[in-house]
Design a protein around this ligand. Structure first.
Ligand code: G6P
Length: 366
């Protein structure tokens, strides 16, 4: 049966609105001990033998891995390297039998991701995949495979597969940390409480789109713009920037907020537009200062911050707020306004948002 739009104007919007349900399903399976079993997760002994993790993917799936890296490192204390599949294939990488290679792919068929996986297998790495197609080539090739179960994703711009991938990495990191005893029971249960609140927090963001529509309206005429962030917010900046490029054809570049002064600031004038993501408790003040510096140059700055961040709101033209959560879990919330900004900007420009020019859902050649 071919998927329909369920009353939504576009598949992209329908899939954005499906995210609370997709995430709820993943988290309740974990809480009911149904998410991990010996077919899809490594044993304590196998994990004890891992000294580094590579996460390799393309496009949006890579950003999911880069967001998840923070959770894996925080909870398991195992260092994580991330790489673009088409680079990893030909790089000097340090893979051996003590390496866990995680490949992420919505389709499970992306040529470069498969090539990266084959390289890992040759070097005797343990392998795990996260895909949204259960019997895909990538899912069938890895030692262990996790399934997003997000339902078919029709829109070329990936949304629900991304948040499902991020949620699965959060839970994978907890499963690993539990087995490795790098997390105590009390911390684990408080993280689980926060995880369970995510679907309704996503819902809350989806119900407040007025500011997002105002931002989209201001972006629609612009030729070129920038996204900034620090830490996990830099990854959401990259994903938001990619989403906007794909759906609205606006040239957009993501930057580490701290790198602005090392070059990019020279491009800023009163015609510039920047989206700043600032949700991390130890970093958001620094980004808010960058926002102020940009405003002083006449730049229009739209920000995504945590409810109650008055400084960020004061410094920005518009602020979209996300509900408070643990810093490490915020990427799954911060991406929602970014997806909606991309969607509404595309709509305002009259672009066929589900089928952006020159792009395909799955890239099966190098
Ligand atoms: C294409 C799609 C993107 C996707 C990327 C990786 O560029 O348009 O949405 O993120 O491929 O695809 P995969 O199926 O491996 O996640």
């Amino acid at each position: 049966q071919s998927p329909d739009k369920n009353g939504f104007e576009h598949f992209m919007l329908k899939e954005i609105f499906e995210q609370p349900g997709v995430i709820k399903n993943i988290i309740s399976n974990y809480a009911d001990n149904k998410l991990f079993n010996s077919n899809n997760s490594f044993s304590k002994e196998e994990l004890q033998n891992i000294d580094k993790i590579y996460i390799v993917a393309c496009g949006t799936a890579l950003h999911a891995g880069q967001s998840g890296k923070f959770a894996i490192e925080k909870f398991t204390k195992i260092p994580v390297l991330t790489d673009i599949a088409s680079e990893f294939r030909y790089n000097n990488s340090f893979i051996d039998e003590k390496t866990l290679l995680i490949v992420i792919s919505q389709s499970g068929e992306t040529a470069d991701t498969l090539g990266a996986l084959e390289k890992g297998i040759k070097a005797k790495a343990k392998t795990l995949s996260i895909t949204n197609v259960e019997d895909s080539t990538i899912a069938k090739t890895t030692d262990k495979s996790l399934y997003c179960n997000a339902g078919p994703e029709v829109s070329i711009a990936s949304t629900k597969a991304y948040t499902a991938q991020v949620a699965l990495i959060y839970l994978l990191s907890l499963d690993m940390a539990k087995k490795l005893k790098t997390i105590d029971d009390e911390d684990l249960s408080s993280i689980l409480i926060e995880l369970k609140k995510l679907p309704e927090k996503i819902e809350e963001i989806l119900q407040n789109v007025d500011t997002i529509k105002n931002i989209a309206n201001e972006l629609k005429e612009c030729q070129s713009m920038f996204y900034i962030g620090r830490g996990p917010d830099l990854i959401t900046a990259k994903e938001g920037s990619l989403k906007l490029k794909e759906t609205s054809y606006i040239h957009s570049e993501p930057f580490a907020a701290g790198e602005l002064k090392h070059g990019t600031m020279a491009l800023m004038d009163s015609s510039s537009k920047v989206i700043a993501v600032a949700t991390q408790s130890n970093l958001s003040k620094k980004t808010a200062t960058n926002v102020l510096e940009l405003r002083e140059k006449g730049v229009s700055v739209y920000s995504v911050g945590v409810e109650g961040d008055v400084l960020l709101e004061k410094n920005s033209n518009y602020t979209v707020f996300i509900p408070e959560t643990l810093d490490v879990l915020s990427p799954i919330l911060t991406v929602i306004p970014e997806q909606l900004i991309a969607y509404y900007t595309s709509l305002a420009k009259g672009i066929d948002v589900d089928h952006p020019r020159n792009l395909t859902k799955s890239v099966i050649s190098e």
